[in-house]
Design a binder for this molecule. Structure first.
Ligand SMILES: *Cc1c(COP(=O)(O)O)cnc(C)c1O
Length: 348
Protein backbone atom coordinates (compact mmCIF):
# COMPACT_ATOMS: atom_id res chain seq x y z
CA UNK A 1 0.00 0.00 0.00
CA UNK A 2 1.42 3.38 -1.00
CA UNK A 3 2.54 5.65 1.85
CA UNK A 4 -0.06 8.28 1.12
CA UNK A 5 -3.06 6.08 1.96
CA UNK A 6 -4.81 6.84 5.20
CA UNK A 7 -5.96 3.44 6.38
CA UNK A 8 -8.80 3.32 8.93
CA UNK A 9 -9.87 -0.26 8.11
CA UNK A 10 -8.21 -1.92 11.09
CA UNK A 11 -5.51 -1.55 13.72
CA UNK A 12 -3.89 -4.65 12.16
CA UNK A 13 -2.54 -2.60 9.23
CA UNK A 14 0.26 -0.95 11.22
CA UNK A 15 3.81 -1.59 10.08
CA UNK A 16 6.70 -2.11 12.48
CA UNK A 17 8.48 1.14 13.29
CA UNK A 18 12.22 1.51 12.59
CA UNK A 19 12.97 1.09 16.31
CA UNK A 20 10.86 -2.08 16.46
CA UNK A 21 12.71 -3.44 13.42
CA UNK A 22 16.02 -2.78 15.16
CA UNK A 23 14.82 -4.70 18.21
CA UNK A 24 13.86 -7.59 15.91
CA UNK A 25 17.22 -7.53 14.18
CA UNK A 26 19.10 -7.64 17.45
CA UNK A 27 16.97 -10.39 19.04
CA UNK A 28 18.77 -13.35 20.57
CA UNK A 29 17.13 -16.52 19.23
CA UNK A 30 17.05 -20.30 19.66
CA UNK A 31 14.71 -23.16 18.79
CA UNK A 32 11.43 -22.48 20.59
CA UNK A 33 10.13 -26.00 19.91
CA UNK A 34 12.91 -27.08 22.29
CA UNK A 35 11.92 -24.18 24.58
CA UNK A 36 15.32 -22.63 23.85
CA UNK A 37 14.49 -19.24 22.38
CA UNK A 38 15.53 -16.78 25.10
CA UNK A 39 13.51 -13.90 23.64
CA UNK A 40 10.32 -15.97 23.42
CA UNK A 41 10.88 -17.12 26.99
CA UNK A 42 11.38 -13.53 28.10
CA UNK A 43 8.18 -12.46 26.36
CA UNK A 44 6.18 -15.28 27.92
CA UNK A 45 7.43 -14.42 31.40
CA UNK A 46 6.72 -10.75 30.85
CA UNK A 47 3.18 -11.38 29.61
CA UNK A 48 2.41 -13.76 32.47
CA UNK A 49 3.57 -11.12 34.93
CA UNK A 50 1.64 -8.29 33.25
CA UNK A 51 -1.53 -10.38 33.28
CA UNK A 52 -1.03 -11.75 36.79
CA UNK A 53 -0.88 -15.38 35.61
CA UNK A 54 1.61 -18.20 36.29
CA UNK A 55 2.52 -18.79 32.66
CA UNK A 56 1.98 -17.62 29.09
CA UNK A 57 2.39 -19.07 25.61
CA UNK A 58 3.37 -17.15 22.47
CA UNK A 59 1.15 -18.09 19.52
CA UNK A 60 1.01 -16.86 15.91
CA UNK A 61 -2.54 -15.43 16.06
CA UNK A 62 -5.47 -14.57 18.27
CA UNK A 63 -7.57 -17.16 16.48
CA UNK A 64 -5.11 -19.87 17.49
CA UNK A 65 -4.90 -18.54 21.06
CA UNK A 66 -8.68 -18.71 21.46
CA UNK A 67 -8.94 -22.16 19.90
CA UNK A 68 -6.11 -23.54 22.03
CA UNK A 69 -7.83 -22.07 25.11
CA UNK A 70 -11.16 -23.67 24.24
CA UNK A 71 -9.48 -27.06 23.64
CA UNK A 72 -7.69 -26.72 26.93
CA UNK A 73 -10.90 -26.05 28.87
CA UNK A 74 -13.35 -28.32 27.06
CA UNK A 75 -13.76 -31.84 25.74
CA UNK A 76 -15.85 -32.75 22.67
CA UNK A 77 -19.52 -32.61 23.61
CA UNK A 78 -19.02 -29.75 26.04
CA UNK A 79 -20.74 -26.41 25.58
CA UNK A 80 -19.44 -22.87 25.98
CA UNK A 81 -21.48 -19.75 26.61
CA UNK A 82 -20.48 -16.65 24.67
CA UNK A 83 -21.87 -13.34 23.46
CA UNK A 84 -23.62 -13.60 20.09
CA UNK A 85 -21.31 -11.19 18.25
CA UNK A 86 -17.99 -12.07 19.82
CA UNK A 87 -14.97 -12.66 17.62
CA UNK A 88 -14.42 -16.29 18.53
CA UNK A 89 -18.03 -17.16 17.68
CA UNK A 90 -18.35 -14.95 14.65
CA UNK A 91 -15.00 -14.58 12.89
CA UNK A 92 -13.09 -17.78 13.61
CA UNK A 93 -14.82 -20.27 11.31
CA UNK A 94 -16.51 -21.93 14.27
CA UNK A 95 -13.14 -23.49 15.06
CA UNK A 96 -14.49 -24.35 18.51
CA UNK A 97 -16.92 -26.77 16.75
CA UNK A 98 -14.80 -27.69 13.73
CA UNK A 99 -11.68 -28.60 15.65
CA UNK A 100 -12.49 -28.73 19.37
CA UNK A 101 -15.93 -30.45 19.06
CA UNK A 102 -17.51 -27.86 21.36
CA UNK A 103 -21.03 -26.42 21.06
CA UNK A 104 -21.72 -22.72 21.52
CA UNK A 105 -24.68 -21.18 23.33
CA UNK A 106 -24.92 -17.51 22.52
CA UNK A 107 -26.36 -14.62 24.48
CA UNK A 108 -27.27 -11.40 22.66
CA UNK A 109 -25.44 -8.47 24.23
CA UNK A 110 -25.98 -4.74 23.98
CA UNK A 111 -22.93 -3.56 22.04
CA UNK A 112 -21.28 -6.77 23.19
CA UNK A 113 -22.19 -6.42 26.86
CA UNK A 114 -24.26 -9.17 28.52
CA UNK A 115 -25.71 -9.30 32.04
CA UNK A 116 -25.92 -11.97 34.75
CA UNK A 117 -29.74 -12.05 34.41
CA UNK A 118 -29.35 -13.24 30.81
CA UNK A 119 -27.20 -16.13 32.00
CA UNK A 120 -29.59 -17.47 34.63
CA UNK A 121 -30.88 -20.89 33.66
CA UNK A 122 -28.35 -21.53 30.90
CA UNK A 123 -26.36 -24.20 32.76
CA UNK A 124 -27.43 -27.61 31.53
CA UNK A 125 -28.07 -30.30 34.14
CA UNK A 126 -25.66 -33.26 34.41
CA UNK A 127 -27.90 -35.61 32.47
CA UNK A 128 -27.04 -37.94 29.58
CA UNK A 129 -29.31 -35.98 27.24
CA UNK A 130 -27.37 -32.75 27.41
CA UNK A 131 -24.12 -31.21 26.33
CA UNK A 132 -22.20 -30.19 29.43
CA UNK A 133 -21.80 -26.48 30.05
CA UNK A 134 -18.09 -26.03 30.73
CA UNK A 135 -16.92 -22.56 29.78
CA UNK A 136 -17.92 -18.94 29.48
CA UNK A 137 -16.01 -16.43 27.37
CA UNK A 138 -16.05 -12.63 27.38
CA UNK A 139 -14.41 -10.20 24.95
CA UNK A 140 -12.80 -6.94 26.11
CA UNK A 141 -12.82 -4.58 24.36
CA UNK A 142 -15.65 -5.91 22.22
CA UNK A 143 -14.81 -5.60 18.54
CA UNK A 144 -18.21 -5.84 16.81
CA UNK A 145 -19.77 -4.05 19.77
CA UNK A 146 -17.78 -0.99 18.68
CA UNK A 147 -14.60 -1.26 20.75
CA UNK A 148 -16.81 -1.37 23.83
CA UNK A 149 -15.27 -1.71 27.28
CA UNK A 150 -16.96 -4.33 29.47
CA UNK A 151 -18.19 -2.58 32.63
CA UNK A 152 -15.82 -3.80 35.36
CA UNK A 153 -18.48 -4.60 38.01
CA UNK A 154 -20.33 -6.66 35.40
CA UNK A 155 -17.19 -8.64 34.56
CA UNK A 156 -16.80 -9.38 38.27
CA UNK A 157 -20.45 -10.40 38.62
CA UNK A 158 -20.46 -12.63 35.52
CA UNK A 159 -17.24 -14.37 36.52
CA UNK A 160 -18.50 -14.86 40.05
CA UNK A 161 -21.71 -16.39 38.70
CA UNK A 162 -19.65 -18.64 36.40
CA UNK A 163 -17.36 -19.75 39.23
CA UNK A 164 -20.36 -20.59 41.44
CA UNK A 165 -21.61 -22.88 38.67
CA UNK A 166 -18.21 -24.51 38.19
CA UNK A 167 -17.61 -22.94 34.76
CA UNK A 168 -14.17 -22.14 33.41
CA UNK A 169 -13.71 -18.50 32.36
CA UNK A 170 -11.79 -17.29 29.31
CA UNK A 171 -11.20 -13.68 28.29
CA UNK A 172 -10.58 -12.78 24.66
CA UNK A 173 -8.49 -9.71 25.43
CA UNK A 174 -7.14 -9.06 21.93
CA UNK A 175 -7.69 -5.38 22.79
CA UNK A 176 -7.42 -5.64 26.57
CA UNK A 177 -4.60 -3.04 26.39
CA UNK A 178 -7.12 -0.53 25.05
CA UNK A 179 -9.55 -1.28 27.89
CA UNK A 180 -6.74 -0.91 30.44
CA UNK A 181 -5.51 2.43 29.05
CA UNK A 182 -9.03 3.85 28.67
CA UNK A 183 -10.13 2.93 32.22
CA UNK A 184 -6.87 3.05 34.16
CA UNK A 185 -7.69 -0.47 35.43
CA UNK A 186 -4.50 -2.54 35.17
CA UNK A 187 -4.50 -5.56 32.82
CA UNK A 188 -3.91 -7.90 35.79
CA UNK A 189 -7.00 -6.53 37.54
CA UNK A 190 -9.12 -7.25 34.49
CA UNK A 191 -7.71 -10.75 34.09
CA UNK A 192 -7.82 -11.93 37.72
CA UNK A 193 -11.45 -12.98 37.26
CA UNK A 194 -10.55 -15.38 34.43
CA UNK A 195 -8.70 -18.71 34.21
CA UNK A 196 -7.16 -17.87 30.86
CA UNK A 197 -6.73 -14.78 28.71
CA UNK A 198 -5.77 -14.08 25.11
CA UNK A 199 -3.92 -10.87 24.25
CA UNK A 200 -2.70 -9.57 20.90
CA UNK A 201 0.51 -7.78 19.93
CA UNK A 202 -0.32 -7.09 16.30
CA UNK A 203 -3.40 -4.90 16.63
CA UNK A 204 -3.08 -1.62 18.48
CA UNK A 205 0.39 -2.50 19.76
CA UNK A 206 1.77 -2.53 16.24
CA UNK A 207 3.86 -5.73 16.17
CA UNK A 208 3.86 -7.61 12.85
CA UNK A 209 2.68 -10.97 14.26
CA UNK A 210 1.63 -12.59 17.49
CA UNK A 211 -0.70 -13.18 20.37
CA UNK A 212 -0.33 -14.87 23.74
CA UNK A 213 -2.43 -17.10 25.94
CA UNK A 214 -1.89 -16.74 29.69
CA UNK A 215 -3.17 -18.82 32.60
CA UNK A 216 -2.24 -21.34 35.29
CA UNK A 217 0.90 -23.42 34.65
CA UNK A 218 -0.91 -26.75 34.16
CA UNK A 219 -3.35 -25.29 31.62
CA UNK A 220 -0.57 -23.55 29.69
CA UNK A 221 1.33 -26.87 29.54
CA UNK A 222 -1.74 -28.47 27.92
CA UNK A 223 -2.13 -25.43 25.66
CA UNK A 224 1.46 -25.94 24.51
CA UNK A 225 0.49 -29.42 23.30
CA UNK A 226 -2.62 -28.13 21.49
CA UNK A 227 -0.61 -25.36 19.85
CA UNK A 228 1.76 -27.96 18.38
CA UNK A 229 -0.95 -30.05 16.70
CA UNK A 230 -2.50 -26.92 15.19
CA UNK A 231 0.83 -26.18 13.53
CA UNK A 232 1.74 -23.36 15.87
CA UNK A 233 5.15 -24.66 16.99
CA UNK A 234 7.65 -22.03 15.84
CA UNK A 235 11.44 -22.17 15.73
CA UNK A 236 13.53 -18.97 15.96
CA UNK A 237 10.43 -17.01 16.88
CA UNK A 238 12.51 -14.64 19.04
CA UNK A 239 12.57 -12.25 16.09
CA UNK A 240 8.79 -11.92 16.46
CA UNK A 241 8.83 -12.00 20.25
CA UNK A 242 11.31 -9.09 20.18
CA UNK A 243 8.74 -7.01 18.30
CA UNK A 244 6.09 -7.93 20.86
CA UNK A 245 8.43 -7.03 23.76
CA UNK A 246 9.22 -3.73 22.09
CA UNK A 247 5.48 -3.08 21.70
CA UNK A 248 4.81 -3.83 25.38
CA UNK A 249 7.52 -1.35 26.38
CA UNK A 250 6.68 1.46 23.98
CA UNK A 251 3.21 1.15 22.52
CA UNK A 252 0.77 0.62 25.39
CA UNK A 253 0.54 4.12 26.89
CA UNK A 254 0.31 5.70 23.46
CA UNK A 255 -3.03 3.92 22.85
CA UNK A 256 -4.47 7.00 24.59
CA UNK A 257 -3.62 8.94 21.39
CA UNK A 258 -5.67 6.46 19.35
CA UNK A 259 -8.57 6.92 21.73
CA UNK A 260 -8.29 10.72 21.44
CA UNK A 261 -8.26 10.41 17.64
CA UNK A 262 -11.39 8.24 17.78
CA UNK A 263 -13.11 10.96 19.84
CA UNK A 264 -12.00 13.53 17.28
CA UNK A 265 -13.45 11.39 14.47
CA UNK A 266 -16.73 11.08 16.37
CA UNK A 267 -16.93 14.83 16.99
CA UNK A 268 -16.31 15.53 13.32
CA UNK A 269 -18.89 12.99 12.18
CA UNK A 270 -21.62 14.19 14.57
CA UNK A 271 -21.88 17.43 12.60
CA UNK A 272 -23.28 15.60 9.54
CA UNK A 273 -27.05 15.07 9.39
CA UNK A 274 -26.59 12.09 7.08
CA UNK A 275 -24.38 10.29 9.58
CA UNK A 276 -25.42 8.36 12.68
CA UNK A 277 -22.82 7.03 15.09
CA UNK A 278 -23.64 3.48 16.27
CA UNK A 279 -22.69 3.04 19.11
CA UNK A 280 -23.27 6.76 19.75
CA UNK A 281 -20.13 7.21 21.86
CA UNK A 282 -16.86 5.50 20.95
CA UNK A 283 -15.06 4.22 24.06
CA UNK A 284 -11.68 3.24 22.66
CA UNK A 285 -10.13 3.17 19.18
CA UNK A 286 -13.14 2.26 17.03
CA UNK A 287 -15.86 4.38 15.47
CA UNK A 288 -18.85 2.81 13.71
CA UNK A 289 -21.39 4.88 11.81
CA UNK A 290 -24.34 4.55 9.45
CA UNK A 291 -24.70 6.66 6.36
CA UNK A 292 -28.23 7.69 5.39
CA UNK A 293 -29.59 5.78 2.37
CA UNK A 294 -30.50 9.26 1.04
CA UNK A 295 -26.79 9.64 0.33
CA UNK A 296 -25.99 6.08 -0.74
CA UNK A 297 -24.70 2.74 0.54
CA UNK A 298 -21.71 2.13 2.83
CA UNK A 299 -19.89 0.57 -0.12
CA UNK A 300 -20.47 3.69 -2.24
CA UNK A 301 -19.10 5.84 0.55
CA UNK A 302 -16.06 3.57 0.92
CA UNK A 303 -15.44 3.77 -2.85
CA UNK A 304 -15.74 7.56 -2.83
CA UNK A 305 -13.32 7.85 0.12
CA UNK A 306 -10.85 5.54 -1.63
CA UNK A 307 -10.64 8.11 -4.45
CA UNK A 308 -9.52 10.57 -1.76
CA UNK A 309 -6.79 8.19 -0.60
CA UNK A 310 -8.75 7.07 2.48
CA UNK A 311 -9.58 3.45 3.28
CA UNK A 312 -12.55 2.49 5.51
CA UNK A 313 -14.36 -0.79 6.15
CA UNK A 314 -18.03 -1.31 5.23
CA UNK A 315 -19.45 -3.97 7.58
CA UNK A 316 -22.04 -6.71 7.10
CA UNK A 317 -24.51 -4.78 9.27
CA UNK A 318 -24.57 -1.82 6.91
CA UNK A 319 -22.19 0.35 8.90
CA UNK A 320 -18.78 1.85 8.22
CA UNK A 321 -15.97 0.97 10.61
CA UNK A 322 -13.08 3.30 11.38
CA UNK A 323 -10.20 2.17 13.59
CA UNK A 324 -7.46 4.48 14.85
CA UNK A 325 -3.94 3.21 15.38
CA UNK A 326 -0.20 3.87 15.34
CA UNK A 327 -0.19 4.84 11.65
CA UNK A 328 -3.10 7.34 11.84
CA UNK A 329 -2.43 10.90 13.01
CA UNK A 330 -4.66 13.76 14.13
CA UNK A 331 -3.98 15.40 10.75
CA UNK A 332 -5.23 12.22 9.01
CA UNK A 333 -8.44 12.46 11.05
CA UNK A 334 -8.89 16.05 9.88
CA UNK A 335 -8.31 15.03 6.27
CA UNK A 336 -10.98 12.36 6.59
CA UNK A 337 -13.50 14.85 7.99
CA UNK A 338 -12.70 17.31 5.17
CA UNK A 339 -13.22 14.54 2.59
CA UNK A 340 -16.56 13.64 4.21
CA UNK A 341 -17.62 17.28 4.13
CA UNK A 342 -16.82 17.51 0.45
CA UNK A 343 -18.77 14.36 -0.39
CA UNK A 344 -21.82 14.81 1.81
CA UNK A 345 -22.32 18.40 0.76
CA UNK A 346 -21.76 17.65 -2.92
CA UNK A 347 -24.58 15.14 -3.15
CA UNK A 348 -27.31 16.62 -0.97
C1 LIG B 1 -8.50 -9.86 15.79
C2 LIG B 1 -9.18 -10.52 16.91
C3 LIG B 1 -8.95 -11.87 17.20
C4 LIG B 1 -8.15 -12.79 16.31
O1 LIG B 1 -6.89 -12.41 16.08
P1 LIG B 1 -6.09 -12.89 14.77
O2 LIG B 1 -4.70 -12.64 15.19
O3 LIG B 1 -6.57 -12.03 13.66
O4 LIG B 1 -6.37 -14.34 14.55
C5 LIG B 1 -9.56 -12.40 18.31
N1 LIG B 1 -10.37 -11.66 19.07
C6 LIG B 1 -10.63 -10.37 18.83
C7 LIG B 1 -11.53 -9.61 19.73
C8 LIG B 1 -10.05 -9.76 17.73
O5 LIG B 1 -10.33 -8.48 17.47
Amino acid sequence: MAERWIDFRSDTVTRPTPAMRRAMQEAEVGDDVFGEDPTVNRLQERVAELLGKEAALFVPSGTMANLVAIRTHCRPGDEMICEAHCHLFHYEQAGYAQIAGVAARTVEGRYGVITVEQLEGLIRPPNAHFAQTRLITLENTHNRGGGTIQPYPLVEAICQWAAQHGLRRHLDGARLWNAAVATGIRPADWTKHFDTVTVCFSKGLGAPVGSALAGPKDLIQQAHRHRKVLGGGMRQAGILAAAALYALDHHIDRLAEDHANAQRLAEGLRRFDLVELDPPKPETNMVFFRISPRWGTPQQLADALRKEGILVLPTAEGKIRLVTHLDVSGADVDRFIQAMEKMLLRKK
